[in-house]
Design a protein around this ligand. Structure first.
Ligand code: ADP
Ligand code: MG
Length: 399
């Protein structure tokens, strides 16, 4: 789960991390009010969307010469006009895709006199099974180019979670950022605070870009992105409350309401499967037969009629879907119950594309009979290979 910059900054501030003052706003008036609470004379008005690259982003409605999604404002009047231009318009950045994201919220924050910009991130490194801290002196808006063209300017330091953060980790980070004296000390302290926040909050990723040295010698977080391990969210209701569903894929939001694991893919064959392993195998075998899955969808162990119906609806909302393959193993949930659910769901959603169903497990014959006697054009399959062949053939025939 991702959150907005202003929310991440509020979380980090609780760990004593240096953040410039700022306030979120959803209207021009709120933005002006927010600026009024700041000392000025320099303000920064920042679009709050779940995507980076805002500074270099462009507003679809404003033409190529307009300013981007992070704007320096030299007076409260400038804050007013910038807020007016940004709110409700669509910001396109390298991370949003061509369709961009509508800006519904701004963050108005203190303008900072920047001496240097650094990059510092932390993530779960699956390869080492440790927490990796990634640091670079080349922070700012071109970090992707740095990673691509001069990877030697990026240092990775791994921390064994069983051992925890040790003073030498802090020294290594400060060394990588080439900081001296008081800044070096401040950086060691910051690295430790970030690690504590990262572990406490079950983060997946915590990125600070830029971390800045100010002209008056402070170390401040000017931009941050945080994402959390969805499986650990139950431990953090306060973090879960920060979820902004308007920033997420609507089909994935709907799926999560029914406790379905759904991920949209690029193919044309919708899949409804129980169990992640079976879902992976189903996707593989569709590919083996020369077609591509339109989604990954695991309805889980308790595939009730309600869940199956929700799953059908979600799959069918994707205009790319030209056929559906249901592949369900009836273990705890018996095949006849599942078949009943499929028939009811297919009737309810007025199924308009070919449907191939492969059932296996407890009461499989009863289940097949229910499908056969339903009066619906459901194609029954005997095994996984047969099912994949049949759905690919059905879709080709329909095309
Ligand atoms: P993004 O990464 O989405 O482009 P950032 O918040 O990193 O957005 O802002 C882009 C650039 O704007 C930063 O690299 C920094 O140079 C400048 N900037 C951001 N916030 C401030 C601020 N509070 N004061 C001064 N400059 C800022
Ligand atoms: Mg940034």
């Amino acid at each position: 789960m991702n959150i907005h910059e202003y929310q991440a900054k509020e979380l980090l501030a609780k760990y004593g991390i240096g953040i410039p003052a700022g306030h979120a706003a959803t209207t021009v008036e709120e933005a002006v009010e927010a600026a009024g609470k700041l000392p000025g004379p320099l303000y920064v008005v920042k679009a709050q969307i779940h995507a980076g690259g805002r500074g270099k982003g462009k507003f679809a409605e404003l033409g190529p010469d307009a300013k981007g999604g992070v704007r320096l404002a030299h007076s409260v009047d400038d804050v007013r006009s910038d807020a007016g231009e940004m709110l409700g318009n669509t910001l396109v950045t390298i991370q949003t895709g061509d369709e961009g994201k509508q800006v519904n919220r701004l963050y108005v924050t203190d303008g900072v006199d920047i001496e240097s910009e650094y990059y510092l991130a932390m993530l779960v490194d699956r390869a080492s099974g440790q927490v990796a801290m990634v640091a670079s002196t080349e922070g700012g808006m071109d970090i992707e180019d740095v990673a691509h063209n001069t990877p030697e300017k990026i240092t990775t330091i791994t921390i064994d979670p069983a051992q925890g953060f040790m003073p030498h980790h802090g020294r290594a980070v400060a060394f990588a950022l080439e900081l001296d004296g008081a800044l070096n000390k401040a950086c060691q302290k910051l690295a430790k605070q970030l690690y504590t926040a990262f572990m406490d909050l079950d983060c997946e990723m915590l990125e600070i870009n830029p971390l800045v040295e100010t002209k008056d010698g402070q170390l401040l977080v000017l931009d941050t992105k945080m994402s959390f391990d969805g499986n650990a969210l139950y431990r953090h209701p306060d973090v879960e409350a920060l979820r902004d569903e308007t920033e997420e894929d609507p089909a994935e939001v709907e799926a999560s309401e029914y406790d379905l694991a759904y991920i949209k893919l690029d193919g044309n064959i919708g899949c409804m499967v129980n169990g992640a392993g079976l879902a992976m195998a189903t996707m593989d075998i569709i590919k083996l037969n020369g077609a591509f899955p339109a989604n990954f969808l695991d309805v889980g162990g308790g595939a009730t009629t309600e869940k199956v119906t929700a799953a059908f609806k979600i799959i069918l909302k994707d205009p790319a879907v030209e056929g559906i393959l249901v592949n369900i193993f009836g273990g705890i949930m018996k095949c006849d119950i599942i078949a009943q659910g499929i028939v009811e769901a297919a009737k309810e959603v007025n199924l308009s594309v070919p449907l191939v169903v492969r059932l296996e497990g407890t009461n499989v014959q009863k289940g097949k009979d229910i499908l056969a006697n339903s009066g619906l054009p459901i194609v029954a399959a005997d095994d996984l290979g047969d099912a994949a062949k049949k759905i690919v053939a059905e879709v080709k025939q329909a095309a």
